[in-house]
Ligand binder design. Sequence first.
Ligand code: AMP
Length: 281
Amino acid sequence: MTQVFHSIEPLAQLLYEHISKGEDVAFVPTMGALHEGHALLMEEAKKHQPIVVASIFVNPTQFNDKKDLEKYPRTLEKDVVICNGAGLDYLYVPEVFEIYPPSLNTELNLDLEGLDKVMEGAFRPGHFDGVCQVVKRLLDLVRPTHLYMGQKDFQQFTIIDFMIKKLDIPVKLVVIPTSRQKSGLARSSRNARLSTKGRQKAATIYRTLKSIEEKKHELPVPELESYGMKRLKKAGFEPEYVTISDGTTLQPLKVLEPGQYAVVCVAAWLEGVRLIDNLVL
Ligand code: AMP
């Protein structure tokens, strides 16, 4: 049974005992409204580490759009059932004041060296400052040996990897491939806000990514991107970007070199819901 904690002290005590015994502790930070993608992260972590702790915290500092924050689904009871099913040991559900005590300056002011200026960063200014701030704070509180994140948020894990190295944080990042529905739609907490028809249509995002992958040797990069934008618009989306970037620097590419680590990332609105996805090319 997953043990649920709303404050860090008793949890930190237990985790300290595990670490003292030489047991590694994996950590899976989430914003709740858990789905099979989150369960997969927890199960993967549990396969490889003896102790797994997840957190549910809808982090206010990473939402530049207040309405998006208010509308973010909150389903704690159902989430605990999913955590149990995934074999999670501990679930940390903190209050805002524990993560951001008024007496503590938790702002990092980290220079992300341009990683935060493209794609999600360009459309959601300040988003990655908030993401780094909350992940650093959670790592300080939980002190895990391993951090598990999903490839679903490509730019996010790339930036967290950069932060871990830059701040020399003693944690090992493990990235798990995106969990998808049969249709190809990437599992996301936001999918719950789509209609049944919308969810079917949303699978066009993955189909578009796959077509771009298939055409990557036929068309130049700008044409691949504009093909993606056009296809999504035609299907009724309002796409923000379809961008092909270097997988490490996240800088947009003009040309795809053979063997290059490149990724195509998409953000598009459907039925008032903002969806993101990506595919390594
Ligand atoms: P979130 O609750 O959306 O902030 O996500 C928490 C963690 O779960 C992040 O590391 C995400 O990348 C990961 N995640 C979300 N959706 C998926 C998915 N479909 N497949 C794999 N990982 C996911």
